[in-house]
Design a protein around this ligand. Sequence first.
Ligand code: ASP
Ligand code: MG
Length: 415
Amino acid sequence: MKVFKFGGASVSSADAVRNSVNILKMYPANKVLVISAMGKTTNALEIVARKYFSQDPEVWNIFQEVKNYHDGIITELWGKPTELPEVEKLFQQISSRFKNEPSMNFDYEYDQIVAFGELISTRIISLYFNEIGLKNHWVDVRNCLKTDDQYRESNINWELSLRLAKRLFTFESEDLYITQGFIGGTLTNQTTTLGREGSDYTAAILANLLDAEEVSIWKNVPGILNADPDFFPNTQKLDELSYKEAIELSYSGAKVIHPKTIKPLQNKNIPLFVRSFLEPEKAGTIIHAIEHTLELIPVIIVKKNMALITLTPNDYSFISINSVSDVFSLCAKYRLKVALLQQSALDLSLAFDEPEQGIEPLISQLQQKFEVKYNIGLELLTIRYYTPETVNQITAGRTVYVEQKSRRTARMLLK
Ligand code: ASP
Ligand code: MG
């Protein structure tokens, strides 16, 4: 059995959906399709969630835009305006939420609304596939991927999800299942999400639970490249990567795969292919167990919107393991993912993604014990397999705030 993941770009229009049919026909084996919300729907639904939470009547306009976009795709796929009751029902469920006041938990409200992107896309695609004779079974993944209630970044209950997944995906009378990426459900059936871009992770979880032979992520790039082609000329495709290398790259900010995707696959030795939906016959990149050492060309990853803080204890005591541990507890409380750490006798520097709610609450808490210096709007540049020339080329004329080099990796915070 294979797991295929189609991201937002691969199902962003009627043509794209039709293209995915051709890809499926190339692989006749049993499959689970994990699909994201169409195009930029998740971004739009994030705005809907915010406007609803602040009770801004403009919520209705954005909601209507999201609906029109999907109606347009349906019209094109069916060749005429068509009302699909299963899809209409989902839109009604969103709009009926607007009639009630939100709770006080934004993250909860966010998940209840944003998850509709995936519910709607999978419904449309499943109905369309059935319509053209590609028989498939639609699964509400919330009944199978059970999570805790840490909304917007929920954690999988692996044991329970395993039992439920085995029961739901039997392949007894079906050979094609269609389900949602990115979303899950709590034990009391509240909707949760796994974090932005989490559909890759869903594909990996299902592959792990169902012992898939392989996972393919279909993207609009030919595979994993050594740099982002939007910002660097002459990029090259990496033909293969180890699981470890793939985790390092995605954690540093390479956007091709969600960082959590690799572990569930590595744990069961399941290979991951990153392939182009525009050129599906090409090999793409394979991520798998590699015994030999790879000689890679420099791989450049840029992560934007980073914050850097430097802390010095107010009383001039050394930075101790206890102060580091206090700072890390605070980072955990604010759900910050520390991407870089540097310490001297009196200074502790940390870099992380700028928090959505602003950095001020964290700073004022830290100021109780430390003198705090900070910068926001920085770039974290990671170069795996760096050479002095690549470092010079990229940093020329820019301010470097922190620089770290190990045998293989150079990392810099830049303005
Ligand atoms: N639709 C979700 C997002 O855009 C999940 C995903 O695409 O992986 O974040
Ligand atoms: Mg998406």
